[in-house]
Design a protein around this ligand. Structure first.
Ligand SMILES: NC(=O)c1ccc[n+]([C@@H]2O[C@H](COP(=O)([O-])OP(=O)(O)OC[C@H]3O[C@@H](n4cnc5c(N)ncnc54)[C@H](OP(=O)(O)O)[C@@H]3O)[C@@H](O)[C@H]2O)c1
Length: 267
């Protein structure tokens, strides 16, 4: 499967995408797209699943062809997914994607979901090398920051009242049994609060999904006895569907929280 960088009116592989671009029909006008950064990870796959289940298209940012292929294997099809290649760790990666959207080379998007993540390791503090620390802050914090900084302006300009921006963080940020991911999650908390404040009165509903247990892609979840990405996807589906959820932290502490949103305003 090729990673396609498609332009309006061009031949597009997925059925839904061709529908999306083929005309200015009524249905094309209401078909939304979710830009997903970290789309190929455990949490990203749940967001892709949620977007597709809620009849939205996906614009998946991937680092290379093999990551794109991995996502298609998880989802079972590329239908409804446009792939865009970028280095999300660079401070120009996501910006380049938005530039291509503006140029009409990639689909317009109304929602963003970000869940780029690094090592899930228990390395104790004294053993964390400088390189490991910086690599993980780059992957788990900076990449999510760049994703926000370089997409929010586009969503604000579009003025679509249904727009959302969602980030997934984890309870490691408080528990700290795994110091490396704990520290990067900790840095995401105030970023999410600031974004929640900045968008309290905009057209973009910013929310943080705070996950308190392990979620993995469905095959690995069965093997490891943890929660399936497809089940965790329910939470994002409920966030997309509920206009009341705004500037909030959605807590997912146990499996009951996969059925009903538990949320509270961040400030
Ligand atoms: N999974 C959980 O149970 C859980 C629980 C609480 C919080 N979280 C948080 O959610 C976030 C994502 O977790 P996850 O389990 O989905 O992580 P993951 O499965 O490791 O996925 C990480 C994502 O980031 C991308 N990525 C990682 N390193 C990269 C690099 N060097 N260059 C480009 N892309 C890179 C991966 O792309 P590739 O596929 O190309 O590698 C993948 O899309 C993390 O911040 C994590 O702390 C997860």
């Amino acid at each position: 499967m090729d990673i396609t960088k498609q332009s309006k009116g061009m031949n597009i592989k997925s059925t839904r995408q061709s529908f999306h671009f083929s005309s200015m029909s009524f249905k094309a006008a209401i078909m939304e797209t979710v830009l997903i950064i970290g789309a190929t990870g455990n949490i990203g796959v749940s967001a892709v699943t949620a977007a597709l289940r809620s009849k939205r298209n996906v614009l998946a940012v991937v680092r290379n062809q093999s990551s794109a292929d991995k996502l298609v294997r998880y989802i079972g099809s590329s239908n409804g997914i446009t792939f865009a290649e970028a280095n999300v760790l660079s401070d120009s990666g996501v910006k380049g994607i938005v530039d291509q959207v503006r140029e009409g080379k990639l689909p317009d998007f109304q929602h963003v979901f970000s869940s780029v993540g690094g090592e899930y390791t228990t390395t104790p503090l004294p053993e964390i090398t400088t390189a490991q620390l910086r690599r993980n802050f780059n992957i788990s914090f900076e990449a999510n920051f760049f994703a926000y900084r370089d997409t929010i302006g586009y969503l604000l300009e579009q003025k679509n009242p249904a727009s959302t921006w969602t980030i997934c963080t984890g309870s490691q940020g408080e528990l700290a049994t795994h110091p490396v991911p704990a520290m990067t999650q900790g840095a995401l908390f105030p970023m999410a609060t600031a974004a929640a404040r900045e968008n309290e009165s905009t057209n973009v509903r910013f929310n943080e999904i705070y996950l308190g247990f392990r979620v993995e892609t469905d095959d690995l979840a069965v093997e490891h006895g943890v929660t399936k990405a497809s089940e965790f996807g329910n939470v994002y589906e409920m966030v997309l569907a509920n206009p009341e959820v705004r500037s909030s932290r959605i807590r997912v502490d146990d499996v009951d929280d996969l059925k009903k949103l538990k949320y509270q305003k961040k400030f």
